[in-house]
Structure formats: C-alpha cells, structure tokens
Design a protein around this ligand. Structure first.
Ligand code: S3P
Length: 171
C-alpha cells in the first residue's frame, strides 16, 4: 500500500498541493473531507453542527481506513486526522505521510473566511488556531515521514520540494 498522504493544519495547502502533486505523479487525488461530504450528503460544517466533532472524527476514521482497499493515490487529509490515535497508525500503514508545516498566523491569513472551518468559526479564531496548533504540532511530526516547511512559499515550490523529498526516501 503506497498512498501519498498530506497532513497539516487547516490552510497548510493540503488540497491545492495534493491536486498538483497527483498530476505530477499521475495518481488519482482524494480529498478526505470531500469524501466525507459525498458519503454523508452534507458539508463538514453541517456535520459538526448536527452531530458534533466526535461523530465527525468517526466518519473521518472510516474514510481513512477505506483507503486501505483503494488504488494508490495522493490524499489530502483533514487537519484533525492526527488527533485520533488509531488514525496515526493507519496513516503509517497506508503509505508515505507528508506534513505540510505552516504557522497558525499564516494559516489563518491563507484561509481568510473561517466560516467553513467549524473549529475556527466565530470570534477568537486567532486564539483557537494558536491553541489547536500547539496541541497538534507534535502529533503531526510523530505521524510524518517527511516534514515540509511551507511558510511564505508558493504552492508550486512546495510541490517541487515534496517531489524531491519523495525521491530521496525512495532511494
Ligand atoms: C479540521 C480540519 C478541516 C475539516 C474539519 C476539521 C480540523 O479540514 O476536516 O473542519 O480539525 O483541523 P482542512 O484541514 O482541510 O481544512
């Protein structure tokens, strides 16, 4: 099993970089949040509002595990995938895990309108982002085979760095 899995905070560029990377590697692209939305028929925000975060995490866990029986692909995971212990083990078995690192400040600036991110919606988004990042940074690092710093970099440069790093681990 050798998917390429992108993890990292909301706004780290997982979806954009993932789509570009999939093209360069000639692999299918999977956006895990979009999968969950397709399977449930509602948006992630609606799921959080209707069922709460725990239920969303359960859906996310199943969507991640389902990749075990799918052809190799580039996968953009949701920013919180690493908070569930079982997911970090699943990520390892699925393939190569790449952490796209970004600061909370730059992540917020990239996201702009946070209304589609339930954990950052409302006032206090800056405080929430900083607290979440502090709680998660070590989990992202623990789950990753490769860490790419994306701060102040454009997406094309990040894709090139990811490809070079993948080449390196394949040697
Ligand atoms: C979340 C990140 C979101 C989405 C949900 C929860 C998180 O995905 O899964 O809102 O806990 O960080 P993105 O990282 O793609 O925004």
């Amino acid at each position: 099993m050798s998917h390429v899995l992108l993890i990292g905070f909301m706004g780290s560029g997982k979806s954009t970089v993932g789509r570009l990377l999939a093209k360069r590697l000639a692999l299918p692209f999977v956006d895990l949040d979009k999968r969950i939305e397709q399977d449930s028929g509602v948006t992630v925000s609606e799921l959080f509002a209707a069922e709460g975060e725990q239920a969303f995490r359960e859906r996310e866990r199943s969507a991640l595990e389902a990749l075990e029986s799918e052809p190799d692909s580039v996968v953009a995971c949701g920013g919180g995938v690493v908070v569930v212990d079982a997911n970090r083990a699943t990520l390892r078995t699925l393939g190569t895990v790449i952490y796209l690192r970004v600061s909370a400040g730059e992540a917020l600036a990239r996201i702009g309108d946070t209304t589609t991110r339930p954990l950052l919606a409302g006032p206090g988004a800056g405080i929430a982002a900083t607290a979440l990042m502090q709680a998660r940074e070590s989990l992202y690092v623990a789950a990753a085979d490769i860490v790419i710093d994306t701060e102040s970099k454009d997406k094309a440069a990040v894709v090139d760095e990811v490809l070079a790093a993948l080449d390196e681990v394949a040697r």
